[in-house]
Design a protein around this ligand. Structure first.
Ligand code: GLU
Length: 293
């Protein structure tokens, strides 16, 4: 039997691996990004597949064009090559709107008029609020508002976010949702641990969670590689994929690059950028040894 026949006989389609590196152009890339990008490319190469770079630029207030230019330069300098054109999330808001409409038709979205401060006050009032991976869970203040009240508020022009009603959403999917994680094995998804997440806001008409699952499906990504810090988010992503009828990829959450104190490198903590290291005379090979490649 030749290879192809054998694959079909085993019921497996001969699907090339498609991976992606999905940075946000809201700062300079650092060693952690270098590791994530190289990791994604290596996984694609192993499967003789495709490696994509996607710009997660939905946070229009923080995105700057010079970060995109720099990011391309830094990745090229590291020796990475990807398919053009790069998908830019900011050019695909209609895709996310379509997904929101689909969720709305399923009856699993509701408008939330709470300000951040109101949410905090409500959490304090409630005493020991349940904690999720990203902090205290949304207390559900707007979940039980009547249709009339919602419509009145909207007509008044009140700002609102769209939240996923996770309890309702879970009624519309099979009891047990799982995913295959190449680092930790088969995982059971427990999306309720995040509570009712925000899927869109007025100023950003999609959230990270929604845009990621829509894009991975649109781009045919079948192996999502990313840092361990996003492991928990997969619980929500699995639910969204199921609700939206999207194909389910595999995941490989990889180790994070840390500083001398063992803390994950982050733009906001001023982690040294690849370009600063380059200006100090670093070569791509120095980056590889610094990240233990
Ligand atoms: N844009 C995300 C980040 O920069 C990565 C998203 C993902 O890989 O799912 O952390």
């Amino acid at each position: 039997m030749d290879d192809e026949v054998q694959m079909v006989a085993k019921g497996e389609a001969a699907m090339p691996i498609v991976t992606r590196f999905a940075p946000s152009p809201t700062g300079w890339l650092h060693l952690g990004h270098a590791f994530a990008a190289l990791f994604a490319q290596r996984e694609a190469e192993k499967g003789r597949g495709r490696f994509l770079v996607r710009l997660e630029d939905i946070d229009v207030a923080r995105v700057r064009p010079e970060y995109e230019v720099a990011l391309r330069e830094d990745l090229k300098w590291l020796g990475l090559r990807w398919e053009e054109p790069m998908r830019k999330q900011s050019e695909h808001f209609p895709d996310y709107q379509q997904a929101l409409d689909q969720l709305s038709d399923l009856g699993v979205l509701y408008p939330c008029f709470c300000t951040r401060r109101e949410i905090q006050e409500e959490i304090q009032r409630a005493g020991n609020a349940p904690q999720g991976p990203d902090g205290p869970l949304y207390p559900g203040t707007c979940r039980s508002r009547s249709k009339v009240e919602r419509e009145e508020r909207m007509a008044e022009g009140a700002a609102y976010a769209l939240r996923l009603d996770v309890t309702e959403a879970l009624k519309r999917v099979p009891n047990s949702l799982a995913w295959e994680d190449l680092s930790r094995g088969v995982q059971t998804a427990d999306p309720a641990r995040f509570g009712d997440v925000v899927l869109a806001r007025k100023e950003t008409p999609t959230s990270y969670h929604l845009a990621v699952v829509v894009d991975d499906a649109k781009q045919g990504v079948n192996l999502v590689t990313r840092g361990e810090d996003l492991f928990e988010a997969t619980h929500v992503h699995r639910l969204l994929q199921e609700l939206l009828g999207l194909p389910v990829p595999k995941w490989h959450h990889h180790r994070l690059i840390t500083d001398e104190q063992g803390k994950r490198l982050a733009k906001r903590d001023g982690a040294k950028s690849l370009r600063a290291l380059r200006a100090e005379g670093w070569k791509p090979s120095d980056v590889l040894s610094a990240i233990g490649w």
